[in-house]
Design a protein around this ligand. Structure first.
Ligand code: AMP
Ligand code: ZN
Ligand code: FE
Ligand code: FE
Length: 290
């Protein structure tokens, strides 16, 4: 049996390992394939692809996009096999990163008003060229002793309801699905439990609506999911003709209890990766004359 991880973050966004070290860890953890899915960027994909090639691990470029949905829901869309040179993808990532650049100073300013000493320069240094996310701020607050844990930083300051929470620019689920498709990728609903639907009927309606918009798959295995959830999401995927995917959502030491290649005690079967590859090559036009 071979295993993979199709959801993880590097220093290109809010993970703590550089892309090549995520690949090295995948090798040590016995994985045969990996997809890197940093928030709002494919900036780590080149390095990871090169490292994967050298290590003999199969690799798919990926991205994770936060969509605009009514609170308290969160909807993240994974895009697998996107073309790193797609102008549509670059447009999208630039826009999302601009939105973050608009949010970050507001969070810093509010934290300063609350007596927390933190500067934008420190935040930029913490992200070290990667896409800046709240876990970077949390890491600084933890290091400086303002909070007792990353989770405590979110609860107290950074999550909705926290005293320094600001939302960021998002795209609608429809736009995100279309843009991933137009960039040559397969749009997959990440961690469906974060949709926080009230019951199974509402979850199914949401999945059906997303499938009608062009969703290609559901992340059935994830660190948030217990066995019953994995089964429920798998049934929905089968019912609506969607691919099943899985990943740990590894972030390095920004999420201490998550290990690359393991999602709440489960490993992720290789067949999930192969099914994505099959669907990607089936969707690609064969150039004339080839
Ligand atoms: P951002 O990109 O700034 O919206 O931050 C998103 C990141 O923050 C993701 O990696 C989330 O898993 C993480 N995150 C969101 N809420 C929490 C929370 N309450 N505790 C810990 N991490 C969180
Ligand atoms: Zn993250
Ligand atoms: Fe996510
Ligand atoms: Fe993630």
């Amino acid at each position: 049996m071979q295993f993979v991880d199709l959801h993880c973050h590097s220093t290109a966004s809010d993970g703590t390992l550089p892309p090549s070290e995520v690949v090295a860890l995948a090798l040590r953890n016995g994985l045969s394939a990996l997809a890197l899915t940093d928030h709002d960027t494919i900036g780590g994909v080149r390095e990871a692809a090169d490292a994967a090639k050298a290590a003999g691990i199969d690799f798919l470029p990926g991205i994770e996009i936060s969509c605009d949905v009514p609170k308290p829901a969160t909807m993240h869309l994974l895009g697998y096999g996107v073309d790193p040179h797609s102008p549509i993808l670059l447009d999208l990532t630039n826009r999302l990163i601009e939105g973050r650049n608009d949010r970050n100073p507001r969070i810093i300013h509010r934290l300063n008003e609350l007596g927390v000493k933190i500067t934008l320069e420190e935040l930029e240094a913490q992200a070290n060229g990667g896409v800046i996310g709240r876990p970077h701020i949390a890491a600084i607050l933890l290091r400086k002793g303002y909070v007792s844990s990353i989770k405590n930083a979110f609860d107290k300051y950074l999550a909705p309801g926290g005293s320094a929470y600001f939302d960021k620019e998002r795209v609608s689920p429809k736009q995100a699905i279309e843009m991933v498709r137009q960039s040559g990728g397969l749009p997959v609903l990440a961690h469906p439990s974060q949709l926080r639907t009230e019951n199974d009927a509402q979850l199914e309606r949401t999945i059906k609506d997303l499938a009608d918009l062009g969703l290609a798959g559901i992340e059935v295995i994830h660190s948030d999911n217990n066995d019953a959830m994995v089964e429920k999401y798998s049934k929905l995927a089968d019912k609506y003709g969607l691919l099943k995917t899985g990943g740990s959502d590894f972030h390095g030491t920004n999420k201490k209890d998550i290990y690359l290649g393991t999602a709440n005690g489960r490993r992720i079967p290789r067949e999930f990766f192969d099914a994505l590859l099959d669907r990607l090559s089936a969707g690609r036009a064969i150039p004339a004359g080839s």
